[in-house]
Design a protein around this ligand. Structure first.
Ligand code: PMP
Length: 428
C-alpha cells in the first residue's frame, strides 16, 4: 500500500477528501483506498501491483467485465474521427433504437452524461408534464445528488421532507415526500393526503444504495396502480438495475412498466453516460418539441455512444444473464453458508447480478432501517480481511455488490476459498 498511501496523502492536498466521489475515500470502513492503475476482466490492479477480484465493477457499469476488447476497440475507432461535434450523429440514432429494442417502455429517450442528470431531468419532465409540484421517493434509495433528491423524511411519516445536505433549501426539500421502501401503505397514505399535487414516484426497483434490497411481492405493482389512480408518473431509476438484473432491467424481471426510466453507467460501458426516456407523449414535452427545458453540450458524445453500442450489442448474447445470475447466487449463498458455519449471523439478498451481504440475524432485510441496523463493525473487519487477501468489495456495508460476465464459477470458488480464510481469521 506504499504507493497508494503516498498518492492518497498527495490527493488530499487538492481534492476534498482525496477523491472525486465520496464513497471512494473508505470513510465508512477506514484505511487507505488502493489507487487503481488498470483493470481486466474480473480483476483490478493497484498502484503497488496488487491484484484484486473486483465486486464493485466501477459501481455497476462493467457487466461484461473490465477492459472488454470490443468496447475498447470501438472507443479507439471512434476517437480516430474526433472526440465531440455538438451536432447530431448516426450513433445516437442507433443507440436510441437499441435501447428501445431492449427496454420497450422507452419509446423515446434522451442521452445525458450521468445518472444524476437522468433523474434530475426525468423529475423536471414529470413536473412539467403533470403541472404538479411534489415528488415521492423512498428512504434508502439514492437517485444522484440533485437538490430535490437530497432530502430525507421529516419527523412524522407524512411531514414535508427536510434537506439531507446543507446547501439544499428547505423550500425545495418541502416538495419531496420520503416513504418507507417496500411499504405500500405508507405510499397510499401520502397520496390520500397530497395525491393531487404529486407529479411522480421515483424508485430504485431493486434498491442498490442501502445494500441490495429487492422489492417485496406486490410493491412495484402497487406503485403502478397508485400512479394510474392519481395520474402521477412512475419513474424507475434503473441506473443500477438497467441491463444488469436482467437484459431489460428490473421492469422486465418484475413485469411492471414504468412511464419513465432512468439509465446510467451500464449504458456507457464505462464512459460517463446516462439516459432517460419513456412514453413518447411525455418525452415530447421536452424542448425542442415541447416546453420543458433540458440540454447537454456533450450529451450523446460519439465516443460514449461507441462504447455503449459495443456494450449493449454484446449483452444480447443468449444465456449471458442466466450465467451471471447463477454466479451471483453461488457467491452470495456461498458466503452466507461460510458465515453461518462460523457462527456469524448473516442474510443475503440478490437479484440478477446484484447482491447484498447483511451481518444480521433478521431473516430477510426489506427496508432501510433493517439495513442500517446491521453489524457494521463486523462488516468492516470482513471487508478489510477480504481486501488484504485480494477481494475488492464495496467499501461500505450499505452498498450492493456486482458480478460481471467475467466472474466465472472458478473465480467465484476462488472468492469463496478466500472467504473461508477470512471468517477463520475474523472469528478467531
Ligand atoms: N441512481 C442510482 C440508482 C444510482 O445508484 C446512482 C449512482 N450510484 C445514481 C442515480 C447517480 O448516478 P451518477 O453517479 O452517475 O450521477
Amino acid at each position: 500500500m506504499q504507493k497508494s498511501q503516498q498518492l492518497f496523502e498527495q490527493a488530499q492536498k487538492h481534492i476534498p477528501g482525496g477523491v472525486n466521489s465520496p464513497v471512494r475515500a473508505f470513510k465508512a470502513v477506514g484505511g487507505t483506498p488502493p489507487f487503481i492503475v488498470k483493470a481486466d476482466g474480473p480483476y483490478i490492479y493497484d498502484a503497488d501491483g496488487k491484484q484484486y477480484i473486483d465486486y464493485v465493477q466501477s459501481w455497476g457499469p462493467m457487466v461484461l467485465g473490465h477492459n472488454n476488447p470490443k468496447i475498447r476497440q470501438a472507443v479507439i475507432e471512434a476517437a480516430e474521427n474526433g472526440l465531440s461535434f455538438g451536432a447530431p450523429t448516426e450513433s445516437e440514432v442507433s443507440m436510441a433504437e437499441l435501447v428501445n429494442k431492449l427496454v420497450p417502455s422507452m419509446e423515446m429517450l434522451r442521452m445525458v452524461n450521468s445518472g444524476t442528470e437522468a433523474t434530475m431531468s426525468a423529475i423536471r419532465l414529470a413536473r412539467g408534464a403533470t403541472g404538479k409540484n411534489k415528488i415521492l421517493k423512498f428512504e434508502g434509495c439514492y437517485h444522484g445528488h440533485a437538490d430535490s433528491l437530497l432530502v430525507k423524511a421529516g419527523s412524522g411519516a407524512l411531514t414535508m421532507g427536510v434537506p439531507s445536505s446543507p446547501g439544499v433549501p428547505a423550500d425545495v426539500a418541502k416538495h419531496t415526500l420520503t416513504m418507507e421502501f417496500n411499504n405500500i401503505d405508507s405510499v397510499k397514505k401520502a397520496f390520500a393526503e397530497f395525491g393531487d399535487d404529486i407529479a411522480c414516484i421515483i424508485v430504485e426497483p431493486v434498491a442498490g444504495n442501502m445494500n441490495c434490497i429487492p422489492p417485496v411481492d406486490g410493491f412495484l405493482q402497487g406503485l403502478r396502480d397508485i400512479c394510474d389512480q392519481y395520474q402521477s408518473i412512475l419513474i424507475f431509476d434503473e441506473v443500477m438495475t438497467g441491463f444488469r438484473v436482467s437484459r431489460g432491467g428490473a421492469q422486465e424481471l418484475y413485469s411492471i412498466t414504468p412511464d419513465l426510466t432512468c439509465l446510467g453507467k451500464v449504458i456507457g460501458g464505462g464512459m460517463p453516460v446516462g439516459a432517460f426516456g419513456g412514453k413518447a407523449e411525455i418525452m415530447q414535452q421536452l424542448a425542442p418539441t415541447g416546453p420543458v427545458y433540458q440540454a447537454g453540450t456533450l450529451s450523446g458524445n460519439p465516443i460514449a455512444m461507441a462504447a455503449g453500442l459495443a456494450s449493449l450489442t454484446q449483452i444480447q448474447k443468449p444465456g449471458l444473464y442466466e450465467r451471471i445470475s447463477l454466479a451471483t447466487k453461488t457467491l452470495a449463498e456461498g458466503i452466507k453458508a461460510i458465515a453461518l458455519e462460523h457462527g456469524v449471523p448473516m442474510t443475503v439478498n440478490y437479484a440478477g447480478s446484484m447482491f447484498g451481504i447483511f451481518f444480521t440475524d433478521i431473516e430477510k432485510v426489506t427496508n432501510y432501517q433493517q439495513a442500517i441496523n446491521c453489524d457494521t463493525e463486523m462488516f468492516n473487519r470482513f471487508f478489510h480481511s477480504m481486501l488484504s487477501k485480494g477481494v475488492y468489495l464495496a467499501p461500505a456495508s450499505y452498498e450492493a455488490g456486482f458480478v460481471s460476465a467475467m466472474h466465472d464459477l472458478e473465480i467465484v470458488e476462488k472468492t469463496l476459498d478466500i472467504t473461508k480464510q477470512v471468517f477463520a481469521e475474523i472469528t478467531a
